[in-house]
Ligand binder design. Structure first.
Ligand SMILES: [Zn+2]
Length: 88
């Protein structure tokens, strides 16, 4: 049951559209170049993201970015677990 709760929390987290610096995100509309993968390169009141296809960068107010974003494709925070290796 606990595991189910953990999974549900993860799903809710995904739906909350959390994102961070360095994440690669998918938007509701692809860029005219045909790529739909944007790297977040600046976080603040405005979000600057760069198209991974043509390197074009755009600046969007955070609220607009959150509305337009579909999901996080690659999370920069999900780095390999280095702690596990250090146990040995
Ligand atoms: Zn592009």
């Amino acid at each position: 049951m606990d595991l189910l709760n953990v999974i549900l929390e993860r799903v809710i987290d995904l739906q909350r559209k959390e994102f961070g610096l360095g994440d690669v995100v998918e938007m509701k509309k692809p860029h005219p170049c045909g790529t739909n993968a944007w790297k977040v390169i600046r976080m603040g009141m405005d979000i600057r993201m760069k198209c991974t296809g043509c390197q074009h960068s755009v600046l969007l107010p955070r609220s607009r970015f959150e509305r337009k974003m579909k999901k996080v494709l690659i999370s920069a925070n999900q780095a390999p677990h280095t702690e596990e290796k250090m146990d040995k």
